[in-house]
Design a protein around this ligand. Structure first.
Ligand code: NAD
Length: 426
């Protein structure tokens, strides 16, 4: 099991800033625009009281950081985790701006959450915490202003509580057409068919497309996954369906290994009644957590938290492809080692962008009063990711650079163009 203190929030912010500064230098970013993009627009911290099951009142701290909205309303997840704080939210919000820009969406970037370990609360406490957090955020979120989505330890149910609270606290004339205040809702509450699998599908597709550029296929490729939640499970589902072999999984509770292959569906069924934990699964044996990243395999998929691949373990990685399902899983020292060792990193702002692309379609569906079928949603997501992949690949070849740098060049340049065309008010 990994020490959950490992993802150092300050260094996640350092990581995103060093990526930004490196790219700004390469593209010679306009110095005025550099000043704007190097800082977050709004940082909202709320403290709010919630009645616990035992009758006592606890006060919680919630965050929402809005980095930039030059391209459209702020967009980004809400996370419930002990590591949530203002620096983590700032870093993750900035990544969202680059992700939505790169994906060609009409959104900006935001992120937030509550500093809690949700496993310590009952479902009814979590519902009251979520509703009161939504109420405390008030008009800081809104369907045309800032649109949250699920992230670590939040899910469609969390989004359903938010939309219900939001709709219940705005004027009655507004209620009927505001359910796009959040995305990632359950399908019965205005959610999009396929949004659940969109991020994992994008991770799978990005690996498949990368292999295709090398004349290779997924069949018999081995992969390991850190984090077996929404992203880790769905990526494993699509990869194993396409012939790849899942040989190790690590989550907050255990590290499992089976060189003959782990059944992704059986592992998911095992997790469900155990609050998501993979521990105790009989289809694999438990190994030491420290040995995880060094396992012999073709592909590593970090799909849990930030700063998991660092100078301490990057040199152990034998896989040739690192597909960043999580946001910010590789810190700058870890990245340097991987690149020096000839590894290809499919960067988070592209690799996990299937989620926000799915969210965009959910937002459009709600806004237009439409109901889309699973098949058409998956086709649209596939088309968009494939187009974006080829844009980044061309930039990699043009600049003779790594995939993250190419992705950042495209993402930051698009925001720069918007500022240049619109000017700065007044
Ligand atoms: P989730 O809550 O569904 O799953 C998180 C998983 O990470 C769980 O299996 C948990 O046990 C594991 N984990 C937590 N702490 C860990 C630790 N210290 N060591 C090892 N494993 C640990 O979350 P998710 O939605 O799958 O998100 C995972 C990552 O993907 C996050 O970085 C998130 O920001 C990113 N992401 C998610 C989406 C989405 O649509 N859900 C979209 C884009 C990016």
């Amino acid at each position: 099991m990994i020490d959950t203190k490992t993802p150092n929030k300050q260094s996640m912010y350092d990581t995103v800033m060093s990526q930004f500064n490196k790219t700004a230098d390469i593209i010679d970013l306009n110095p005025n625009i550099r000043k704007i993009l190097g800082i977050t627009n709004n940082e909202i911290i709320v403290h709010f009281p919630v009645k616990m099951d035992n009758g006592n009142v606890e006060v919680f701290t919630g965050y929402r950081v809005q980095h930039n909205n030059a391209l459209g309303p702020y967009k980004g997840g809400l996370r419930y985790h002990d590591t949530v704080d203002i620096d983590a939210a700032k870093a993750l919000a900035m990544w969202m701006t680059w992700k939505t820009s790169l994906a060609g969406l009409p959104f900006g970037g935001a992120k937030g959450g509550i500093k809690i370990d949700p496993r310590k609360f009952s479902d009814s406490e979590l519902e009251r915490i979520t509703r009161r957090f939504t109420y405390a955020l008030g008009e800081n979120i809104g369907p045309e202003h800032d649109i949250p989505a699920p992230d670590v330890n939040t899910n469609p149910q969390t989004m359903a509580w938010i939309v219900d609270t939001y709709m219940s606290t705005i004027s009655s004339s507004e209620r009927s057409h505001n359910q796009h205040v959040v995305t990632g809702k359950p399908v019965g509450a205005g959610g999009l068919e396929g949004r659940d699998r969109a991020t994992g599908f994008g991770v799978y597709l990005s690996i498949k497309l990368l292999l295709q550029t090398q004349g290779l296929a997924l069949h018999n490729k081995t992969f390991i996954v850190q984090g077996y939640g929404n992203v880790g499970y769905w990526a494993s589902h699509f990869l194993t369906k396409d012939g790849a072999k899942l040989i190790a999984v690590q989550d907050a509770h255990a590290t499992l290994y089976n060189e003959n292959g782990i059944d992704a569906e059986a592992l998911s069924q095992h997790c469900e009644p155990r609050k998501g934990s993979i521990a105790g699964f009989e289809g694999a044996r438990e190994i030491d957590a420290e040995n995880f990243f060094g396992l012999d395999c073709d592909i590593v998929i970090p799909a849990a938290l930030g700063n998991q691949i660092t100078a301490e373990n990057a040199y152990k990685i034998k896989a040739t492809i690192i597909a960043e399902g999580a946001n910010g899983p590789t810190d700058k020292d870890g990245e340097q080692i991987l690149l020096e060792n000839g590894k290809i990193i499919i960067p988070d702002i592209f690799c996990n962008s299937g989620g926000v692309i799915g969210s965009y379609f959910e937002w459009l569906q709600n806004r237009n009063g439409e109901m889309w079928q699973l098949e058409e949603v998956m086709e649209k997501i596939e088309k968009k990711i494939t187009q974006n992949f080829h844009k980044i690949h061309s930039e990699v070849l043009k600049q003779q650079t790594d995939w993250r740098t190419a992705a950042f060049i495209l993402a930051i340049s698009r925001v720069e163009t918007a500022y240049k065309q619109r000017g700065i008010f007044p």
